[in-house]
Design a protein around this ligand. Structure first.
Ligand SMILES: [Zn+2]
Ligand SMILES: [Zn+2]
Length: 358
């Protein structure tokens, strides 16, 4: 086992050394290329530079020629003659500064560095997933999560071994809704392109409105308000809705509005969701890759027609439900990776969703 902190420190040290070396090299090249006024070692008159190979000039040697006495030679730079003014560079200093800056900037490759920083072990990742266990909240009519140990302990072979079986409904805990869940012929879980599940995310915060109304539905105006503050939601964005409901997890009564299970519990559900006006606006006016919410469903608890599921899924936009820890994300700038279990023909499935914060 290597110590990850030690590895991180080593990577930072190597990166720092590389940057220093680049700076040093660029500085050396620029310094060596600046023409200087040098005096003749024989008659002390001003000499003229003779074009010399770059390699020679990089070694701080300059070939000079003296017009007065005819001296011609490669000499180390001599101390400036007393009283001589600072030599004027034939290349304006500003150009050299610009050249140096351009060289340094081109060496930085910002896009590449951003990706490298994001996936470095030191990056700030937030887990947006609730753990799956006996407390995991499922739809009142769904089978809860089951974990059954098959083996656990020392074997006759002298080694430790543990293994379990698990079972659960697709739609419970932090999970994905595949478009086929409410739209015949649309993507099943395994058919959703991974490019739709990985990308830049925005967080639309409606927590203040939910405080006074647990049946609140996010309307199109909430999205337009968000855009007024942060700019247009770009194509391919993952739009996450923060209602603040996640803080109630895993208290079943507080989170679902009811503790009972079975079909009779469904009309008692109370939690915020999204309004059909917002779903229609997203489909018609923007090109988002996926959406997510920190409640049990993208349609609010009292819905009986599940309009938002129907509208978004008809457009092959999948949804993440029971997303955790949305309070830890900024409204813009997060990068989300949301990869569900790849259930062939699935209508949804358990989801591991995480976000990197730059
Ligand atoms: Zn679902
Ligand atoms: Zn759903």
């Amino acid at each position: 086992m290597t110590d990850p902190e030690a590895t991180d420190s080593l990577i930072v040290l190597v990166l720092f050394a590389t940057v220093l070396l680049r700076l040093l090299l660029v500085g050396l090249v620029v310094w060596a290329l600046i023409p200087r006024r040098r005096t003749c070692p024989q008659c002390s008159e001003i000499t003229s530079p003779v074009m010399a190979p770059l390699a020679l000039r990089l070694l701080l040697l300059e070939r000079r020629w003296c017009m007065s006495c005819g001296w011609d030679g490669v000499a180390r730079k001599s101390p400036r003659a007393a009283g001589a003014s600072r030599p004027a560079s034939t290349i304006p200093t500003a150009s050299l500064v610009l050249l140096t800056a351009a060289l340094l900037f081109s060496a930085c490759r910002p896009a590449e560095d951003r990706v490298a920083r994001m996936f470095a072990s030191s990056a700030n990742w937030v887990d947006l997933t609730h753990s799956f266990d006996e407390h995991t909240i499922y739809w009142p009519t769904a089978e809860p999560f089951k974990l059954e140990m098959v083996s656990e302990g020392m074997t006759p072979g002298g080694y430790y071994y543990s293994a379990a079986n698990f079972a659960a409904a697709e739609h419970g805990g932090t999970h994905i809704d595949a478009p086929v869940h409410f739209a015949k012929g649309r993507h099943t879980t395994d058919q959703i392109p991974v490019t739709q599940l990985i990308g830049a995310a925005v967080v639309v915060d409606v927590a203040a409105k939910v405080t006074s109304n647990p049946d609140y539905r996010v309307v199109a105006a909430d999205l337009q308000e968000f855009e007024a503050r942060h700019g247009r939601i770009a194509d391919g964005t993952i739009v996450l809705f923060r209602t603040g409901w996640g803080s109630r997890w895993p208290e079943r009564k507080a989170y679902l509005g009811t503790e009972t299970t079975g079909a009779a519990a469904v009309p008692q559900l109370h939690f915020p969701g999204i309004d059909s006006t917002a779903a229609r606006w997203l489909v018609a006016e923007r090109k988002v890759d996926a959406i997510g919410i920190d409640t049990p469903s993208i349609d609010y608890g009292q819905s009986s027609t599940f309009d938002v599921h129907q509208i978004l899924f008809a457009a092959d936009i999948p949804a993440f439900e029971n997303v955790a820890n949305l309070d830890q994300l900024p409204e813009t700038g997060a990068f989300v990776v949301a990869l569900p279990m790849k259930i062939a023909g699935g209508t949804g499935g358990p989801l591991r969703i995480v976000a990197a914060i730059p």
